[in-house]
Design a protein around this ligand. Structure first.
Ligand code: UDP
Ligand code: MG
Length: 326
């Protein structure tokens, strides 16, 4: 039987991977809910009894890690990163830890905003042969106006820059073991996982779900972190901004030629060139555009700089695994 034919016959060994940073208010509740959920899935016979949860502690500075370790058991592994490397890198750490050891993995947020009831649908899609199952939210009712507005702007911006994203899909998804190992071939330092996954191009399905409110605590994505993610997303996947600069440069050049001709004509007619305000305005505008252009170029150059160094995304300080009888 091929790996694909085995699906639906053999119960898949599943890992649920969750990055976690300073979540002391909710981590105990979250760990309990997840464990119960996993046990139920095992009892229902839809997953392999050795399936497990991996929570990656992304260098939390509060009590999160201690609380997590108190919860570690056969079904819950804790991966302790040495420092805070951000959501995407922490997620990567979790994915890499399970790659090669599972039939499929589901990634989600530890705040349980991603609806657990979508997981059975994801496993069903996996059993039908999907390698990637995207969790796509079908409403944004639970979002604050701020969150839904920034999200809209983000997708619009990415779309305009030619980055293909599955709209309203964040990092709640199932990947088959094969998709995980294919994903591991992407070595880029500037990581934007949700942009890479669709590029793998394997058979995929979408599962719609209702995104819930955080069970507690606050979002760890500040406006600055969100802007950085958006900028990373654009500059890692598209050279359109640099193209735009070139087009703008051509446009400004052509305009200046016409302006020059106009000035010569005015002077030949013996008229005065009117006002200094227009000169100041043009200088101001050009200065702004040049700085913006330099900034965008700088973004790309700094990306090259980081990529050439090829520094690691994270350092795993410890993996805490406890056996049941301990
Ligand atoms: N997170 C992380 N490292 C960070 C920031 C966030 O591991 O530096 C985790 C966080 O604990 C959560 C997930 O990433 O499980 C998503 O973060 P959050 O819920 O704050 O983002 P939002 O859902 O508001 O976009
Ligand atoms: Mg969240």
């Amino acid at each position: 039987m091929s790996k694909d034919q085995e699906r639906g016959v053999k119960k898949p060994l599943l890992a649920i991977v969750l990055p976690c940073y300073n979540e002391e208010e909710i981590i105990l509740q979250s760990a309990n809910v997840l464990k119960e959920f996993l046990t139920d899935l095992k009892l229902s016979g839809s997953i392999h009894p050795d399936s497990f949860i991996v929570i990656v502690d992304d260098g939390s500075s509060d009590k999160t890690l201690d609380l997590l370790i108190s919860q570690a058991d056969e079904a819950l592994k804790v991966v302790k990163l040495a420092s805070n490397v951000g959501h995407q890198n922490a997620l990567l750490a979790g994915m890499q830890v399970v790659t090669g050891h599972v039939d499929c993995a589901i990634t989600m947020d530890v705040d349980l905003q991603d609806d657990l009831s979508a997981i059975s649908k994801m496993i069903a899609a996996y059993n039908r042969g999907a390698h990637i199952v995207y969790g796509v939210r079908n409403d944004r009712e639970t979002d604050t106006v701020y969150k839904s507005t920034t999200a809209r702007v983000f997708y619009k911006l990415m779309g305009a820059m030619g980055v293909k994203l599955i709209e309203d899909h964040a990092d709640f998804r199932l990947l088959s073991g094969f998709a995980l190992s294919e994903f591991a071939k992407y070595k880029e330092v500037n990581l934007f996982i949700r942009g890479i996954i669709p590029m793998i191009g394997l058979k995929s399905e979408i599962v719609y779900y209702k995104r819930l409110s955080r069970i507690g605590g606050d979002t760890k994505y500040s406006l600055i972190k969100m802007l950085s993610l958006a900028l990373d997303g654009v500059t890692s996947f598209s050279n359109r901004p640099v193209r735009l600069i070139s087009f703008l440069g051509i446009f400004m050049f052509v305009t200046s030629v016409f302006l020059a001709i106009w000035i010569v004509l005015v002077v030949l007619r013996g008229d005065n060139i009117p006002g200094w305000a227009s000169t100041a305005l043009v200088m101001d505008m050009l200065g702004g555009i040049q700085l913006l252009a330099l900034g965008i170029m700088g973004e790309y150059i700094s990306k090259i700089y980081l990529e050439t160094k090829g520094r690691p995304h994270y350092h795993i300080e410890a993996v805490i695994e406890k056996k049941d009888q301990e």
